[in-house]
Ligand binder design. Structure first.
Ligand code: KG4
Ligand code: ZN
Length: 332
């Protein structure tokens, strides 16, 4: 049984998993403490982690009806993320590893998001995952496409050159004074606009036929200028949200389509907080169907940051011989 620990940003999460199946996954977010600032305050996030990690660990054991002595492996997010936040999870993971005398393995947070698409369902993870597959991570910190050749060989083939997709959602929400985090509220406002928005926000970097990189700073600025010139009425908000969401979903899907063509991958897996977005999920599913590609979208429970994806990936890495020790360092 693997213990997974995730503290890279503002979610404190602990999970227990066994042979690809999640036994428990407890997530506690400090997002309510950051909303007043319009973004995550690192110091507040790390203090929250250190205050709550032990009780979340206890809850994870209880939910799975297990004891600490049942833990055979510790998997922990080593990065990328906020240094202070990562340090809390890492210190906790090392303490458990040392006191129970069980191995520890460090996991890349973005790789874990890619694996999250395979969690759940009737079959345990290792059965459903086949290599190579194309992996998409769309979160507040990352918008990346990977060509995944084996469990320890994920090749980064496309990434954002500036803002991540989720970051763009958050910044646009800030401009429109909709609060933080922006994704859920923008999706809600967009749903209130019926029909075509009649605004064509930019879709960046689509011209170069081979480019798989993203850029979301342009669409963010376009929204700002449009908003400043608008009447700033409620109908402007819903119309902008609809057009902005359309622009992001369209850009992501077009890049994934290009990546599928380039790599000839027959399987697509995706995860990350932005994958909560209904329009993006629908468009990716349609693309997969049209391309004859098998698709694994993270279930809603595993879209945002969670320790289950860390436990699952850590277990798979350990099974092929990956192992760290108490000198493991964070990689912020
Ligand atoms: O994966 P995640 O929880 O944290 C990171 O690793 O970054 O992703 C958080 C991001 C935020 O930017 C948030 O606005 C976005 O996911 N998000 C959404 C939705 N729900 C959350 N973006 C678009 N539509 C949503 N429904
Ligand atoms: Zn994340």
């Amino acid at each position: 049984m693997t213990l997974g620990i995730e503290t890279s940003c503002d979610e404190t999460s602990v999970s227990l998993a066994d042979k690809g199946m999640v036994l428990s996954n407890i997530v506690s977010s400090s997002v309510h403490l950051h909303s007043a600032y319009g973004g995550v305050i690192p110091e507040i996030a790390s203090r929250y982690h250190s205050e709550y990690i032990f009780s979340i660990f206890s809850q994870a054991l209880k939910r799975a009806s297990k004891n600490a002595e049942d833990i055979e492996l510790v998997a922990v997010t080593k990065g990328p993320g906020l240094p202070g936040s990562l340090l809390v999870g890492m210190a906790f993971a090392k303490a458990i590893s040392y006191s129970l005398d069980v191995p520890i393995v460090g996991v890349d947070h973005v790789h874990a998001h890619l694996v999250s698409g395979f969690i759940g369902g009737l079959d345990p993870t290792p059965v459903r995952m086949r290599f190579p597959f194309l992996g998409l991570a769309v979160s507040g910190g990352h918008t990346s496409i990977y060509y995944c050749k084996s469990i320890d060989d994920f090749e980064l083939i496309g990434r954002t050159k500036d803002d991540a997709a989720g970051e763009a959602f958050d910044k646009v929400a800030k401009v429109l004074e909709l609060g933080y985090p922006g994704g859920p509220v923008i999706e809600k406002k967009a749903a209130e606009w019926a029909g075509s928005a009649g605004i064509e926000f930019p879709r960046a970097l689509l011209d170069k036929t081979r480019a798989l990189d993203f850029s979301f700073s342009g669409v963010k600025t376009a929204v700002l200028y449009y908003w400043q010139k608008s009447g700033k009425k409620e109908e402007d908000v819903t119309r902008i949200c609809s057009a902005f969401q359309e622009s992001v979903a369209d850009t992501v899907v077009r890049k994934v389509k290009r990546a599928l063509k380039t790599t000839k991958a027959k399987m697509l897996a995706a995860g990350g907080g932005v994958l909560n977005n209904g329009l993006l999920r629908e468009r990716l599913s349609l693309l997969a169907e049209a391309s004859g590609v098998e698709i694994f979208l993270a279930e809603k429970e595993y879209c945002a940051d969670n320790a289950a994806m860390v436990a699952i990936l850590g277990e798979l890495l350990y099974n092929i011989g990956c192992k760290d020790d108490l000198f493991l360092k964070i990689a912020p």
